[in-house]
Ligand binder design. Structure first.
Ligand code: DQA
Length: 143
């Protein structure tokens, strides 16, 4: 399968940002491990702090360019109707991921604008959530 991981704002700081919540591992090292785990799959990665760039990437890879999207939109999860519309506008299944369990945190993190436009949601399992999302896409793809 060809899978596009998209990380949104502040996720470039993983490993340095609030390690008590997000862990002390950078994403690049984790990505390397993921790629080794799924050598038969192509795992593409994109990160941006800019909402419009995330939307452009969703448009670019939607419409059959990849088999699935794993999206951690960071704080835009809670605010972005534009990202919701982008996900709805493409035919590609997407899984929403959060490293932390957002429901144990501030109330403003409890609502997602994106979940209703996604195939499923994985949250609270740390970086392993990206792997779980890939497993979800795979099982749907094979099913
Ligand atoms: C996050 C949770 C969001 O509320 C937060 O704004 C993030 C990261 C997570 O992965 O737990 O930037 O998406």
């Amino acid at each position: 399968m060809k899978i596009q991981i998209i990380n949104g704002p502040n996720l470039n700081l993983l490993g340095r940002r609030e390690p008590g919540i997000y862990g002390s591992r950078g994403f690049e090292a984790y990505l390397e491990e993921l790629r080794q785990r799924y050598p038969q799959d192509e795992i593409l990665y994109f990160q941006s702090n800019i909402e419009g760039e995330l939307i452009n990437k969703i448009h670019e890879v939607g419409f059959g360019m990849v088999d699935g999207i794993v999206l951690n939109a960071g704080a835009y999860t809670h605010t972005s109707i534009a990202l919701h519309d982008a996900l709805r506008g493409i035919g590609t299944p997407a899984v929403e991921v959060h490293i932390s369990n957002v429901h144990k945190r501030e109330e403003f993190r409890h609502h997602s604008m994106l979940s209703a436009a996604c195939l499923g949601v994985v949250l609270g399992f740390g970086l392993d959530g990206y792997r779980l999302a890939i497993e979800g896409l795979k099982s749907q793809g094979e099913g």
